[in-house]
Design a protein around this ligand. Structure first.
Ligand code: NAD
Length: 437
């Protein structure tokens, strides 16, 4: 099958490389000429484990190519996947569909045979209807169907998630579109991955319903962590005890500094806007959003408490900046509000991240960055672990503490063993258990 993927960001590039790996002929198109130039040079514009090898192989086998020219990508394509961004609109938090509609309009002018135009981007219910309307207006003569195929991959484990997903959701109101999408995912059907074929609106909603549910689960365990701190219980054991119950499941029960990233904050907000537009209150989602926002802001107070209330003039080493490990993505990372709040309180910030420094520079002011975590902590009054990269969880606490002015450690990810921290003379503050200070 010939496939065009419009947008070569985290989702588009991974999808394009994986589809090519299954033997399809794929062209990835992006408006960002710098991204395409990098891809053509054999360089990845993003960090995602294993993606470089997959892209290299597909390009070498001539199954994957890149262009800035949508007409090259769309010519002869059976399926056009829209994988452009849908960021939150500044004025109201609704999903900004400008990129999706612009791409769909352009695609409408280019299709030359029956083509299935598929939203892989996360789009609110009814977007497929609107794409169908605008494409019909732009090209009344064209033969096409619009379908929804939401993506559930996670940055950092995107390839495994794409190649071995829990399920694939296909939303199509047109039988030819449904059959083409079933054929696209045939390798997964052979592996017995459930492929849920449903109507377009239902598919669009499944994505939001799933992400909002996970966001609620995180906020739930985060509030439980606060209660644990007050009553002297340990949230990790509470989560373990809850997660062993199959009805609950162990995933997404890690208490932390609040969720971030390019999906949960924007998708929960967009779902809320949809619910408001339809006058259907979703109070649980609304509260979980508020809980998360407040939490992200409040986390700086934990660091200030650990510094005995004196942030003014203190030097704080932040370990891990990206919204999760194994990605360079800084979108909505909890590190950002935490660092800004510490700066407002008068602290000086030094920071390290294995992959995120370049993107962090673009969103953080007055931060000194270090490639080496030990150099980052040298002379600091406190070290704060925000993102649980493997390399940071494996830090030698003796060496870390050796260079620090004060041995104060704030662990937002349960990365360090309290006994080990104590052995190295650290006063440890962690989430969801009584402070070891
Ligand atoms: P991204 O910002 O990394 O990439 C989007 C790309 O689209 C950019 O490279 C941009 O230049 C390109 N683009 C925009 N308009 C274009 C146009 N008209 N023609 C060609 N290219 C265009 O975004 P992402 O993280 O890959 O997310 C894409 C979508 O997938 C979003 O809707 C997101 O919610 C959804 N999603 C993301 C993830 C994730 O983990 N990142 C997971 C599941 C779903």
């Amino acid at each position: 099958m010939k496939i065009a993927v419009i947008g070569t960001g985290y989702v588009g590039l991974v999808s394009a490389a994986c589809f090519a790996g299954w033997g399809h002929e794929v062209v990835g198109a992006d408006k960002d000429a710098r991204k395409i130039a990098a891809l053509r040079r054999g360089e990845l514009p993003i960090y995602e484990p294993g993606l470089d090898r997959l892209v290299d192989e597909a390009v070498a086998q001539k199954r994957l190519s890149f262009t800035t020219d949508l007409s090259i990508a769309v010519a002869g394509a059976d399926i056009v996947l829209l994988a452009v961004g849908t960021p939150p609109r500044l004025r109201d938090g609704e999903a900004d569909l400008a990129f999706v509609y612009a791409a769909a309009r352009e695609v409408a002018g280019l299709i030359d045979r029956f083509t299935v135009v598929v939203t892989k981007s996360t789009v609110p219910v009814g977007t497929g209807d609107e794409i169908e309307r605008l494409m019909t207006r732009a090209r009344p003569d064209a033969s096409f169907a619009v379908a929804s195929n939401p993506e559930f991959l996670r940055e950092g484990s995107a390839i495994g998630d794409f190649q071995r997903p829990d399920r694939v959701v296909i939303g199509a109101n047109d039988s030819r579109a449904r059959e083409l999408l079933q054929a696209l995912y045939a390798p997964l059907r052979e592996q017995n991955v459930p492929i849920l074929a449903t109507d377009r609106r239902t598919a669009e909603l499944i994505k939001y319903a799933s992400n909002a549910f996970l966001a609620v689960k995180i906020s739930y365990i985060n509030e439980m962590a606060d209660l644990c701190e007050s009553v002297g219980a340990d949230v990790r054991e509470v989560a373990l005890g809850m997660g062993l119950d199959h009805r609950i499941g162990a995933g997404f029960l890690n208490a932390g500094p609040g969720y971030g990233g390019s999906c949960f904050p924007k998708d929960t907000l967009a779902l809320l806007r949809t619910s408001q537009d339809h006058a259907v209150p979703m109070r649980i989602v609304q509260e979980s959003l508020a809980v998360n926002d407040a939490r992200k802001r409040r986390m700086a107070l934990k660091v200030i408490d650990a510094l005995d209330g004196r942030a003014e003039g203190a030097s704080v080493a932040i370990l891990g900046l990206t919204f999760k490990p194994e990605t360079d993505d800084m979108r909505e990372a909890p590190s950002i509000p935490l660092i800004e709040a510490l700066q407002r309180a008068g602290a000086r910030i030094r920071a390290h991240d294995p992959e995120g420094i370049e993107n962090a520079r673009a969103v953080l002011d007055d931060v000194e960055f270090f490639d080496d975590p030990y150099e980052c902590a040298a002379g600091a009054d406190a070290a704060v672990l925000i993102t649980d990269w493997k390399s940071l969880k494996a830090l030698d606490l003796g060496r870390l503490g050796h260079g620090m002015r004060r041995r104060v450690l704030v662990d937002f990810r349960h990365a360090f063993d309290p006994a080990e921290a104590e052995r190295h003379g650290f006063a440890l503050t962690a989430i969801g258990r009584p402070s070891e200070k």
